[in-house]
Design a protein around this ligand. Sequence first.
Ligand SMILES: [Zn+2]
Length: 170
Amino acid sequence: MLSARRIDLIVIHCSATPNGRWVAPADIDAWHRERGFHRADEARRSYNPDLTAIGYHWLILPNGGRPSGRHPFEIGAHARDRRANHRGLGLCLIGTDRFSRPAWEALADQVQFLCDKYRVPRRFAQQSNDWTGVCGHRDLGAPKACPGFPVAEWLAGGLEPLAGHILESA
Ligand SMILES: [Zn+2]
């Protein structure tokens, strides 16, 4: 059994794969395995045993599916900062900077659900090296574009799909 941990941060990522291209949890798992990530055996035994490495807690797929990766009580591997991993949940949108409407809906729904469940404030607060709330990977100071859109703007806009970041189906 995994013991509960305090969660006060939700970090949104993107997979940095071509917009609209399908990526499965097993793909992310393989890439993270190549990068040397590793899930604890105990956690793996009790949750998603086929995933050996994946660092995120959920993926948000182009069709709006949101398969789980690590268990919410399992410490993630998705941010450079140790504290962000210890107290955070990592969500990963598939794509680079444009996401389908089903993906935007799934992201909004999942973030609202998690904020309610773990009482995470639906805004971002930073005090020196301490973060709480909802943010994008790049908001943690990572020298990356991830997740490819400004999360603060998305929060301020009521979790509606952001103009300029919507992938319309062909
Ligand atoms: Zn990221």
